[in-house]
Design a protein around this ligand. Structure first.
Ligand code: PHE
Ligand code: ZN
Length: 892
């Protein structure tokens, strides 16, 4: 029997039964855990509308031992139900308006390596229920449109598990016989089961409180093993900032008297928004200046914010079904991006978010596992926690804001909560709230949810010096994706400004479009940026009163997730790089220049021509480096070259060796030409002050560290000395790790020594050791696959821990040289590991296998080698549905 069943959005049906209250009791044990569930059930249809006899009640359940089932207190007999590996079907539920269902199951968390359902991490019990983990705890209708009020009683050994937590408020606790104790938790809010959580263990908390704007005092607790409590300062600060921000920006207040965060070392994802009991991967909670980098601090800020924001966007209003995942994730990512912007630099945040979109989402959207923001089908929902659902989904939400303005967007959000608080809804419901709150005309915007692929928008411009008009012609093209050959044009907001020869924005008064005049100015004041709405395949906009040929600044702030193909010349781009008032586009102009240059050098390299760098480019980087008026983090971002992946993504046949060679060539050449400037940048941006995580200090460190990394590409003894000195004198992990990274670019004794030194210093701290694994895994030194194989056997490595897997295996896949090694050694390595990992943790294995999905992008030799691995994987007996879905779709 083929159990790999594909599930379709179009097949959604309302459930026949709803659950009203759910009372759970967990008796935690060292061998097994007994779960008793007591549910009040009512049919969706009653009286005349109901079918007779009542329909069967189908419950989900996986890896459970059924102990007993009772309906209204009466034990069911074998003929009353049907049990298979996935379902428990109650064949003839009573014909009453309400009945109670009591089910007792036995589960084995100690043996659960999937980290899904109830499992153990470092001796503590932890749950993870999204998306479909609750069915590994007890039989249930495991779907998000079943929302119920929960109580949870937890019983366990008092010494081993002194802390017993679940959702909501603690209503009772006490001692039991045999050294045990119990706690009873009650969550007053209805919730889907994916938001259920339980934690039991030996933990301690950092306690604080937050007073909401209506004056309620909320207790805040962050739980970790005792030794890590000092590392929760930043997380607590962030949590309070997030609570305040959501009140200020969205008018959203926290709705309970207690908010808990628990940090665990073994966790499949980043973190989970369980109602009032967020569970986090420890890397996203624990930080100290000595052990965590700026990037870690920033990630903690973003994710603590993200999970907290889910309380409204996800928990109070949840998803009707899993196809709607982006309803909560796209929206919540958008919210965390806005939060990070407000806490740091808006321009730099936007640059970072767009970089991530291009690095992770664009390739997905252009390959065999492309899917719309709202997928049409899946085999395993776990496989759809993707950059498309999260990141492109966030861009879709951002487009509403771009189209409606801040106030219009807020009106839409307010209406969304007013209409849907306490409900499980769809992406159309969100769209309708935005539309209705603003009387907006949103023709073909919904297609963003259903059509996969990244649109390309071509722009051509024409200036008429006699009529003083400037015309922009747009055409949009959406490439075919699996299952979607033909596409419709979508509504694409393109924010535009026009720069005059003085480098200033020209005032925009009116635009003609479709024979209609649109006034751009507001309150009589001219605008400097206007949002053009591209709705059809081709559109023309004509600006009037334009006194000279402008340089257009197109897609300001990256107003839509598209590829822009404009007729700007290199001179125009240089002009924008120097003058654009839109900081994002200033950076983007530099990136377009760099991308074009890299692509042409790649062609030279492939034809064995000598490589040469244009003097203007060097000059451009020099002027950026010395521009004191610019934000330092902006400079650091602007002088960083586009990544290897981004350039490969733009080639007909991706050539990892050529792109790597070109990127290294440019880096080294820039370092040679600008050695003095880079040295000065390092000198001027050191600080002996204690570490502070704020924008100005982070900016300073990032500029210093990118300068250092350019310098070390020179392989010059004096520079190595300098970098070693930076390494030794660093007072925080950001600087120490940056120096280490710079030093290990090339093989040799220095590399070996400094890696050994770092390990020796930090072997007691698993999060730092993971950085050490990752740095070695991603290395481009030749033949590194052997080194990675050795590290697999390192005593600190463990295939059961997802962070370690991500550090060593995940990062290895990013090396153009070693993962894509032409002898196939990198592919073979990944293929072997995927099979091993699949036996332990299918979710994690499926994530690793996705690196093969773009195999068709490479030359024939690589194609054959990668395809062979995928074929080997799909033909292996007993592989999980997770891995099967990704591997087989990749081959299709
Ligand atoms: N819902 C989590 C988030 O905030 C992600 C997650 C999904 C975590 C599935 C665990 C399991 O994005
Ligand atoms: Zn989320």
């Amino acid at each position: 029997m083929d159990t790999r069943k594909e599930i379709f959005l179009k097949d959604y049906k309302q459930p026949d039964y709803y659950f009203d209250t759910v009372d759970l009791t967990f008796s935690l044990g060292e061998e097994q855990t007994v779960v008793s569930s007591n549910i009040t059930v009512y049919p969706r249809l009653e009286g005349a509308a109901a079918s007779s006899p009542p329909p069967p009640l189908v419950l989900d359940g996986v890896n459970l031992k059924l102990v007993s089932i009772k309906i209204d207190g009466k034990e069911l007999q074998k003929e009353d139900y049907h049990l298979d590996a996935r379902h428990l079907t109650l064949l003839s539920p009573p014909d009453t308006a309400r009945f109670t269902l009591q089910i007792v199951t036995e589960i084995y968390p100690q043996k659960n390596t999937s980290l899904d359902g109830l499992y153990k991490s470092s001796g503590n019990f932890v749950t993870q229920c999204e998306a479909e983990g609750f069915r590994k705890i007890t039989y249930y209708q495991d779907r998000p449109d079943i929302m119920a009020k929960y109580t949870c009683r937890v019983e366990g050994d008092k010494t081993l598990y002194p802390v017993l937590l679940s959702n909501g408020n603690l209503v009772e606790q006490g001692d039991l016989e045999g050294g045990k104790h119990y706690a009873v938790w009650e969550d007053p809010h209805k919730k889907p089961c994916y938001l259920f959580a339980l934690v039991a263990g030996n933990l301690q908390s950092r306690d604080d409180s937050f007073v909401t704007r209506s004056g309620r005092k909320v207790a805040l607790r962050i739980w970790t093993p005792a030794k890590d409590v000092p590392k929760t300062v930043h997380a607590m600060y962030t949590l309070k900032a997030a609570m305040k921000w959501d009140e200020d920006v969205f008018g959203l207040e926290y709705d309970l008297d207690l908010f808990n965060i628990v940090a665990v070392p073994d966790f499949n994802m980043g973190a989970m928004e369980n109602k009032s009991l967020n569970i986090f991967n420890s890397v996203l909670v624990l930080a100290s200046p000595e052990t965590a980098s700026d990037a870690n601090y920033a990630a903690i800020l973003r994710v603590i914010g993200h999970e907290y924001f889910h309380n409204w966007t996800g928990n109070r209003v949840t998803c009707r079904d899993w196809f709607q995942l982006s309803l909560k994730e796209g929206l919540t990512v958008f919210r965390d991006q806005e939060f990070s912007s407000d806490m740091g630099s808006r321009a730099v945040q936007r640059i970072q978010d767009v970089l991530t979109l291009r690095e992770l989402q664009f390739p997905q959207d252009a390959g065999p596992i492309a899917h719309p923001v709202r997928p049409h089908s899946y085999i395993k929902m776990d496989n759809f926690y993707t950059p498309t659902v999260y990141r492109k989904g966030a861009e879709v939400v951002r487009m509403y804001k771009t189209l409606l303005g801040s106030q219009g967007f807020r009106r839409g959000m307010d209406l969304y909560f007013k209409r849907h608080d306490g409900q499980a809804v769809t992406c159309e419901d969100f769209y309708a709230a935005m539309r209705d709150a603003n009387n907006a005309d949103f023709a073909n915007f919904l297609l963003w949810y259903s059509q996969a692929g990244t649109p390309t928008v071509k722009v051509t411009s024409f200036y008429n010096s006699e009529a003083k008009t400037y015309s922009l012609k747009f055409s949009q093209e959406l490439p075919p994706t699996p299952g979607q050959a033909l596409k419709e044009p979508m509504l694409i907001p393109v924010a535009v400004g026009l720069l005059g020869s003085n480098g200033k924005d020209m005032p925009l008064t009116s635009v003609y479009h479709d024979g209609m005049l649109q006034v751009v100015s507001t309150d009589g004041k001219p605008a400097y940026t206007t949002v053009l709405q591209i709705k059809k395949k081709e559109e023309e906009f004509l600006f009037s009163d334009i006194s000279e040929r402008p340089v257009p600044s197109l897609l300001r702030g990256y107003s839509a997730p598209i590829r822009l193909d404009s007729d700007l010349t290199d001179a125009d781009l240089c002009f924008l790089l120097a003058h654009d008032s839109d900081e994002f586009n200033r950076w983007e102009a530099g990136q377009v220049l760099a991308r074009n240059m890299m692509l042409s050098l790649v062609a030279d390299f492939q034809q064995n021509k000598p490589l040469a760098l244009k003097a203007d480019f060097v000059h451009g980087v020099r002027s950026l480096l010395s521009d004191g008026s610019l934000d330092k983090e902006f400079i650091a971002k602007a002088i960083d070259l586009p990544g290897v992946g981004e350039i490969m993504d733009m080639m007909d046949i991706a050539d990892p060796d050529a792109v790597h060679a070109v990127r290294s060539f440019i880096r080294k050449h820039l370092a040679t030409e600008l050695k003095a400037e880079f040295l000065k940048t390092v000198e001027n941006n050191r600080s002996s002050e204690p570490y502070v995580f704020d924008h100005s200090n982070m900016s300073r460190r990032s500029l210093k560290n990118i300068a250092l990394s350019y310098l070390t590409s020179l392989e010059d003894a004096q520079i190595t000395e300098l970098a070693l000195n930076e390494y030794k004198t660093a007072t925080n992990m950001t600087d120490q790790f940056a120096a280490l990274t710079a030093l290990v670019q090339y093989p040799g004794k220095t590399r070996d020594d400094v890696l050994a030194d770092f390990y020796g210093k930090w072997k007691h701290d698993f999060l730092v050791v993971n950085k050490w694994f990752g740095l070695q895994a991603v290395s481009d030194i030749p033949g590194n696959v052997e080194n990675v194989r050795k590290l697999l056997k390192h005593p600190a490595f463990d295939l059961r821990n997802p962070n370690k897997v991500r550090s060593l295996i995940g990062r290895f896949r990013e090396s153009p040289v070693n993962f894509h090694a032409k002898d196939g050694s990198g592919y073979k390595f990944l293929g072997e590991i995927v099979l091993q990992l699949d036996k332990i943790n299918p979710k994690g294995a499926a994530r690793m296998v996705s690196a093969f999905s773009r195999w068709r992008r490479y030359d024939e030799t690589r194609q054959t080698l990668a395809k062979a691995q995928l074929e080997m994987i799909v033909s292996t007996n007993g592989i999980s549905e997770n891995v099967f879905e990704i591997a087989s779709k990749s081959l299709a």
